[in-house]
Design a protein around this ligand. Structure first.
Ligand code: CA
Length: 225
């Protein structure tokens, strides 16, 4: 036994999956189709999707923000967990990837729960904030897009969340590179900077979970701006 999180080798991860995964067929099919794409590594792990769905139910979320859709695994996991009147406001730059996502949202019968905007998510989030009646109204947000803009997404998502709203940030351990001093590429530097900033950020309560590639949970405090 150890004070730190247990390392998952393949055998233990298989066991974890065997005794806990309840992946719906539609998500398994999406995962299989995505695995054939060149950027397949961008898809979240099935246990993470299930965890996010659990968080949606736990928080009773209705209004969800997603920055970075890819082929739609996380948005579909979340949409399936949302109540009938739930809505995911989603952003992505890729018509090709999100065409796959849309096909699966349709098949799963949740297409009307997901409002996708194509284009730069920073602009999309700014446009959303400019509507005036959106700030402080979202229950749940997931950031999983280009890492150099992570700080910009974080600040905007925090404004859009209501007090008590939950923000999830993906890839915060970045394959271990964040702890490798020799790594100084732009993505690693951006993730490191945001991790440090969030650690000291009094606007949120936090937990960094070593699930998949690292997932930070940040709960917006009541006094947060
Ligand atoms: Ca990711």
């Amino acid at each position: 036994m150890s004070y730190k999180s247990i390392g998952l080798d393949d055998r233990l991860y298989e066991y974890l999956s065997a005794v806990s995964l309840r992946e719906p067929d539609i998500l398994a099919q999406l995962r299989e189709e995505t695995a054939a794409l060149p950027n397949a590594g961008m898809q979240i792990a099935p246990d993470q999707g299930q965890f996010m769905a659990l968080l949606v139910k736990l928080t009773g979320a209705k209004k969800v923000l997603e920055v970075g859709v890819f082929t739609g695994y996380s948005s579909l996991s979340v949409a399936l967990a949302l109540p009938q009147q739930g809505l995911v406001t989603a952003f992505d730059i890729s018509p090709e990837w999100t065409a796959v996502a849309r096909r699966y949202w349709e098949r799963a019968g949740v297409a009307d729960k997901i409002d996708l905007s194509l284009g730069a998510a920073i602009d999309g989030l700014d446009a959303l904030l400019k509507q005036g009646d959106t700030e402080g109204t979202y229950d749940f947000a997931f950031i999983d897009a280009d890492k150099e803009n992570y700080d910009g997404y974080y600040e905007r998502a925090l404004r859009l969340l209501k007090p008590g709203g939950l923000l999830l940030i993906d890839n915060v351990l970045w394959g271990g590179l964040v702890a490798d001093e020799s790594a100084d590429d732009a993505d690693t530097v951006a993730i490191r900077a945001l991790n440090l900033k969030i650690h000291a950020d009094s606007r949120v309560d936090i937990s960094l979970l070593p699930i998949a590639d690292g997932l930070t949970l940040a709960l917006k405090r009541s006094a947060a701006g």
